[in-house]
Design a protein around this ligand. Structure first.
Ligand code: ADP
Ligand code: MG
Length: 293
């Protein structure tokens, strides 16, 4: 590519909120045939709110929220933020948490008030032999089929509550997906979230292929497999969990609203996290390359 056309492309992109870090993007983007998208923070706003708390056993809703928020106050995950905001809205205190541990794509763990708290997805609690997880599964279904993410909270290895957390779909998402489909591109959603939640969101958005319960390593492996099958892949994501896949894709596209690690791993950043920038990047690439040819 001649530097001049590339510079023009990069400049036009910036005006449209498409920040191109890696000039190769302008060469490759027009050839992309498969778009892989993360759910949380990419299709959805990434500003979720706790919409229901269901307790199990001896713990009150307030107790659960205090302990859970005290752990989540240490986490940078958007779900963590929702839990902390809910506790604050309910005028509940945040206590000191020690031995905090984050399991990327799984959940978080810490000690609070002499209790061991574990918060996250079902598999994680099952791996830690938490009792009564099954009781939460049925209750979770009702929220998940509505598109809510359900987070399980255990206190001292016993299920204490489930939290339903709703993250609205970005206003720009349906339009962005429609354009990508009209361009004949295949859109595949990958998420670490549970199957029923993923299905509800994918159905609502008309995404025909999705995979749920996908770990950060699996996201990476999935993108690699598509490439090995001859696909030219753009991966869109916002989280630490998306970083390996963003780096692996032919074009990595990070949401400007996402974490620094995702942005560093990508060749493109969409300011404001507007997915319509994906089609815009494709257009810029076509224009740039036709100027060169
Ligand atoms: P996504 O792929 O949708 O962006 P992640 O891979 O970040 O999601 O997370 C997958 C799942 O792990 C979440 O749906 C949640 O159940 C659990 N999880 C991750 N981080 C946290 C956290 N800080 N608190 C509670 N649950 C978490
Ligand atoms: Mg995400």
């Amino acid at each position: 590519a001649t530097p001049m056309s590339v510079m023009v492309g990069v400049g036009r992109g910036a005006k449209e909120g498409v920040l191109i870090k890696n000039a190769e993007v302008l060469e490759v983007m027009e050839k992309v045939d498969t778009i892989v998208v993360d759910k949380t923070g990419t299709l959805t706003q990434g500003r979720p709110a706790v919409t229901a708390v269901e307790t199990f056993g001896k713990w009150s809703e307030d107790d659960v929220l205090i302990l859970a928020a005290s752990v989540e106050a240490q986490s940078e995950h958007p779900l963590a933020d929702a839990v902390v905001r809910r506790a604050k809205a309910d005028d509940l205190p945040i206590h000191e948490a020690t031995d905090f541990k984050s399991i990327t794509g799984g959940g978080v763990q810490a000690h609070v008030d002499d209790h061991t708290i574990l918060i996250g997805k079902t598999d994680l609690l099952q791996q830690h032999n938490v009792a009564e997880v099954d009781a939460g599964l049925n209750a979770a279904k009702n929220h998940q089929t509505e598109g809510a993410t359900v987070v399980f909270v255990s206190i001292d290895d016993q299920l204490a509550a489930i939290l339903a957390i709703t993250d609205p779909i970005k206003e720009s998402t349906p339009n962005a997906l429609q354009t990508l489909h009209e361009l004949g591109l295949k859109v595949i959603m990958l998420t670490g979230d549970a199957e029923p939640t993923a299905k509800a969101v994918a159905t609502k958005l008309g995404i025909d292929e999705f995979h749920a319960g996908v770990s950060p390593e699996d996201k990476h492996a999935f993108v690699r497999k598509l490439k090995n099958d001859g696909k030219i892949v753009a991966m869109c994501g916002d989280g630490i969990n998306d970083a390996p896949a963003l780096a692996e894709a032919n074009v990595g596209i990070a949401m400007g609203t996402g974490t620094g690690v995702a942005i560093e791993s990508a060749g493109v950043t969409l300011v404001g996290g507007d997915l319509r920038g994906v089609a815009a990047a494709g257009n810029l690439s076509r224009k740039t390359m036709s100027n060169i040819r």
